[in-house]
Design a protein around this ligand. Sequence first.
Ligand SMILES: *Cc1c(COP(=O)(O)O)cnc(C)c1O
Length: 448
Amino acid sequence: MSLLKSIPKIDKFINNKEFQGFSPSLITQISKIIITKLRADILEEKVDSINEVDLIQSVKNEYKDLTSPSLQSVINATGIIVHTNLGRSLINEESFNKAMKVATSYNNLEYDLEQGKRGERYSHIVKTLQALTGCEDAIVVNNNASAVFLILNTFCKNKEAVVSRGELVEIGGSFRVPEVMSQSGAILKEIGTTNKTHPRDYEDAVNENTSMLMKVHKSNYTIEGFTSEVPYEEVVKIAKEKNVIDYYDMGSGHMIDLPFNLDQAEPSILKIMQYNPSLLSFSGDKLLGSVQAGIIIGKKELIEQIKKNQLLRMLRVDKITLALLEDNLTSYLENKLDDIPTLKMLYTSIIELEKRADLLKESIEDLCTCEVIQTQTLIGGGTTPNKKIPTIALSISYKDYKANRIEKLLRRENLITRIENEKVLIDFRSIKENQILQIANIIKKVFN
Ligand SMILES: *Cc1c(COP(=O)(O)O)cnc(C)c1O
């Protein structure tokens, strides 16, 4: 009982000079919680002494924990360029500076500078997208998931959208096409089978209540063996004949041709545009290499209808998104592909990656055992499922440490690696060229 009496009085405790310079209200809030817990622990006989120095330290620790940023930068040494868990595509620093200027001052977000009156938020990227893709009109929403939802809700409420059974995908973060469709009010009309869908399946499915033929990119799987799917070109033709809308949820979508023959599996947005589609949507932060956004391009009269949907107001994008996206699209327009970090990483040659790996190896090889190896990686982010691309990695081992122990030690320093064949790999495909020294320093710190 005497222990209860020696619990510090809160008013006095918070005035300890150790807390000088801290926010008094936050110190009070944390102290109350810690002292209440102390009282409970005493009553349950979990503690048998009170140490004020320790109490002060726990308050300070909690304070630091609460006030230091939870969202931090990490080094992505997994080799997966579009890594959804690690923030997907990187934004070019110069783009970010331009966006910062827009965001930290007033701007013409919805103001027509020429006419001196209210303008259109979406107008800023339309011209660029028109010039780049030849689309009639465009609109940008929060992400591609919202684009899918908005399109289905606008055109297929209580109407049928025809989708192949081979494309009823679930992608990460529980985005399931059939469920998104039913929430949007669309009636899903499944056609074909898991492995085979034919043009006549689309043709036969159309009735007076059909609004759309929809194609969905198989983001994270492939169907192999006895298979056939209808290319989008064909879907567009059938839709025109039947006088319904065609729509392709391209998922990642990529503006230009991809290296390593990846294009054979997946035509670019520019190629798809040659088929004169009604509507396409794709992500801003997958292979396009920009900020989180969902981009819809297509026929003017259809985009006009989408603009009338009240949902758009809820899915609308901020000035920062528009500024970043505009700059990214301008890089494509000017063919300055090196300004897009995602593409730069994707296109870096094996020889160049090898050079970087050798550089790192030289600076750490007296600390741990390491070897430069050529291996393969995935692009990630639901871009090109199951398609491996070549890469260079530094394989690291240390004393008799197991791979997952090393992986964890490096992860504590925000260096995220991957394990392949029981070896920790630092994969250079997703590492920025100016990060080599930083990685060397982390490894020196961990193994010293
Ligand atoms: C990634 C993806 C989406 C969702 O896009 P977000 O931009 O992540 O919202 C939708 N459909 C497909 C096919 C995708 O690959």
